[in-house]
Design a protein around this ligand. Structure first.
Ligand code: LLP
Length: 425
């Protein structure tokens, strides 16, 4: 069930039992707030899988990683920085079953190769070259292959990770060649992974099972684990649908059973969600700083922009929005159609836009300067894609757990922004 307090066109005065006005006054605006109970609920939804590997790129604050770790979730890491985050949050590197941290990417940059060697980390190879490079530093280990099955699907063209136009994974007809490479590099292929895109649907996801079976057969019984990847959608607007998780698990369980029967040993089944675990837990609270008319259009200009939440400008993504009155009262108000803009010196800094940059308005409670705008479902790919554009500081993050609101990241200061900059003498 939808678990975010923001349902379009509403007044919202509390988040996870905390007063929006108090959160805003205490931490300043904009501020991100996360509800731990929602993440925990989403983790429980996926309990049928042998391992839930959180794609931390979606929301990687170490307090969030610590939270999911406490709930038995393992992680992936797509960079040296994400490996360090996982370790800072208490994950142990190494080749346990399942490994707590897996490096998964299409390349090793120099920093990644160094950290993988340092911690003897397991890797999921998204390019054939990674096999040779890993073999050179960790000979004798098992590896998994990320395969591009030749098709993909996502909520936007930019989040489709399969097919010929995608840079991701190893093309499906090169598996035999990769098996040869692995042998030469003294590595064993122990697992197979497919992730066809982010924010897709059951119809597309279910096509992956057949491709997985075929690919695993090309490698044979050294395979002991398979990963269904991430991509589970969440609900941002009316009409969006969750995947029927029981049906989805059933499909993958059947695939796993078939392979287990053929190979004569158990196959463990992983899932790798990012958005599904962390989207609904998150809110971005901003303050309305100007209300103005442009011809027929009414604009609410808030103090958060695409420097804080880039999904609308990048993908035309729809996020639910609500108003919290400055005095925290929940009395009903009339509504108005408004376009929501941010503070940045760029015309595209509009939260209410569709793919292609078409600006649209949103029916919202009538608001004035000093009221708050609460943007919902902002946990996944919100903070992690923020920037310092226009020299705006990265903002504070607050995690609410067991009725307590904890500051889990302080807002940046000007000194943080210019750290490392030098005027040459
Ligand atoms: N596994 C792999 C290998 C991935 O590349 C991704 C996402 C995931 C798992 C997690 O996908 P999820 O379960 O979150 O759909 N910035 C975009 C999403 C980019 C996703 C990148 N890879 C957005 O805001 O929608």
């Amino acid at each position: 069930m939808y678990a975010n307090a923001v349902v379009g066109n509403s007044i919202v005065t509390t988040i996870a039992g905390q007063s929006v006005t108090e959160l805003a006054q205490k931490h300043g605006t904009p501020v991100f707030v996360y509800d731990a109970a929602v993440i925990a609920e989403r983790i429980r939804d996926l309990a049928a899988f042998d391992a839930i590997r959180y794609a931390q790129k979606a929301l990687s604050n170490i307090a969030i990683l610590d939270l999911v770790r406490r709930h038995g979730v393992v992680v992936d890491a797509v960079s040296a920085g994400e490996v360090q985050r996982a370790i800072a949050a208490g994950y142990k590197p190494g080749h346990a079953h399942p490994p707590q941290i897996v490096y998964t990417a299409d390349i090793f940059d120099r920093a990644a190769l160094e950290i993988v060697a340092k911690y003897d980390l397991p890797v999921n190879c998204g390019s054939p070259d990674m096999i040779d490079q890993y073999g050179a530093i960790c000979p004798g280990r098992g590896i998994t292959l990320r395969i591009n099955p030749g098709f993909g699907h996502g909520h936007s063209k930019k989040t489709n990770t399969g097919g010929q136009q995608s840079k991701h994974g190893i093309w499906h007809d090169q598996v035999a060649d990769c098996a040869e490479r692995a042998k030469r590099a003294n590595l064993t292929i122990t697992g197979m992974h497919m992730h066809i895109g982010s924010g897709t649907d059951l119809e597309h996801l279910s096509q992956v099972c057949g491709a997985m079976e075929k690919t695993c057969r090309l490698v044979g019984p050294t395979i002991t684990s398979i990963s269904a990847g991430g991509g589970l959608p969440t609900i941002y607007k009316p009409g969006d649908k969750y995947v029927d998780l029981a049906a989805y698990f059933k499909l993958w369980d059947a695939t796993r059973q078939k392979l287990a029967n053929e190979f004569g040993h158990a196959i463990s089944l992983e899932i790798e969600p990012g958005r599904y675990l962390s989207a609904e837990c998150g809110y971005l609270i901003a303050e309305i700083r100007a209300v103005k008319r442009m011809g027929e259009n009414l604009f609410y200009i808030v103090d958060a922009g695409f420097n804080n939440l880039a999904r609308p400008i990048l993908y035309g993504s729809h996020h639910p929005m609500a108003i919290c009155p400055a005095d925290g009262s929940s009395a009903a108000r009339g509504t108005q159609d408004a376009i929501i803009g941010g503070p940045l010196c760029e015309s595209g800094d509009i939260f209410t836009q569709e793919e292609g940059g078409f600006v649209v308005s949103r029916e919202l409670p009538t608001a004035s300067v000093g009221d708050y705008l609460v943007i919902g479902c902002a946990g996944a790919y919100g903070y992690v894609m923020a920037s310092n554009y226009n020299s705006k500081p990265l903002v504070a993050e607050v995690l609410v757990e067991n009725g307590k609101a904890n500051l889990v990241r302080a807002a940046q200061t000007f000194e943080d922004i210019v750290r490392g900059e030098v005027i040459p003498k």
